[in-house]
Write a protein that binds this ligand. Sequence first.
Ligand code: 5AD
Ligand code: SF4
Length: 455
Amino acid sequence: MNRVHIKTYGCQMNERDSEAVAAMLRGRGYSIVSDEADADIVLLNTCSVRELAEQKAMGKAGHLRKRRRKNPDFMIGVMGCMAQNRGVNILDRLPDLDLLVGTQKFHAVPDHLDHLIATRQGQGPRPATIIDLDAEEGSQNTIRAHSEERKISAFVSIMQGCNMKCSYCIVPKTRGEERARPMDDIVAEIEELARNGTKEVTLLGQIVNQYAVREFPFANGKSPFVQLLERVNAIDGIERIRFTSPHPVGFREDLIECYGRLEKLCEYIHFPMQSGSDRILKQMRRPYTVERFKRIVAALRARCPDLCISTDVIVGFPGETEEDFELTRQAFADIRFDMAYIFKYSVRPGTTAEPLGDPISDELKMQRNQLLLDQLEEYSLAHNKTLLGTVQEVLIESPARKGEGMFVGRNRGYRKIVLPASERLVGELVQVKITEASSTTLIGELVLEGVEVGV
Ligand code: 5AD
Ligand code: SF4
């Protein structure tokens, strides 16, 4: 009765929330299974950022209901953003869900499952769906548990929610107001991870560089986020620091000068631009110009010439003309992003862009998407070719999917590198000489004190 499978949709924040739920459940004696077929309980941790993500989770839940009909002891829960966004309306289509849990109540999942199981075992009436969608003060502090098994690279949630009002975005509705965790708690969590062998941490927040701006004082012109980076940089055992995602608002010199100064801060940044047209940025209620965005990028590159930059862009926002899209292509060409996540605009109910409708056809969105992907492929290949023959520091993460003694890791620029290695080196930082480069993959071989080695 206590084998749980958690399926996660959406962003890294969701992945982290699922991990924390899994760790809390393990602490209560549940076992977490990776194969859905082995589970007595399936929890879907959902995403609402685009309609497709919601459709996928609804479809999945609908499918699981068939299994529940055959086996009444089987339980289904829906957690996270879609639960928060759609609330009890979900029950119109999925009336027999066992559990509906919002983004501020992940920590209550073990209690709810205990209760559900107890009632199944005849210790009370079988409850209708347990619905727990309220806001909760301090809920940002509840995503802290990690599983006991060693995690080479770990996510750490430093804040929740978002106070920006991007016109297309559902996140302020699903995740609520911006709330920061205390810095000491975050540092303690990362120290504990380091003791358990974690080498790399990624600090997560909707707008990480705004971390605790209201709760924590600036010191010598340094924002709370920069102070946090400095403290994480000082933790023994942690070798690499990443964060996602920053916003041009409040992206100042104090953060720029961390690059190169904090030796563990990796030469990589995910920096969402959303559009290369000032007119569209304004419609999106993104409070910066393309010029300002480029100035930040230029300052970062001046400080850190090897910096790899990825971005998010939305194509087909209502009213995006050919000229607007050309400006996005131009910005891509000027900045030469190493990677980008390109999204086709999706209307989100309740956002301020909703009344604008969705006038741009899917076909045009696909075309624009493809044009940007083609550009990216060119930049990515050119960048990867510059790495040929160089020696990169690689953190080996796991065996490669295709096996055959191959392993995968990433360099500090977040490029994936495949190399022959051995299980013993998983979790180690090694020096790797790059021998082959395509736009998507780098292949390399281990180097030991300047000498290439076989394994
Ligand atoms: N439609 C398409 N993409 C969206 N994003 C956020 N909201 C929408 C939407 N309504 C994208 C943004 C954001 C990323 C996580 O998802 O680019 O940075
Ligand atoms: Fe959405 Fe904007 Fe907040 Fe990002 S910053 S989560 S795009 S509202």
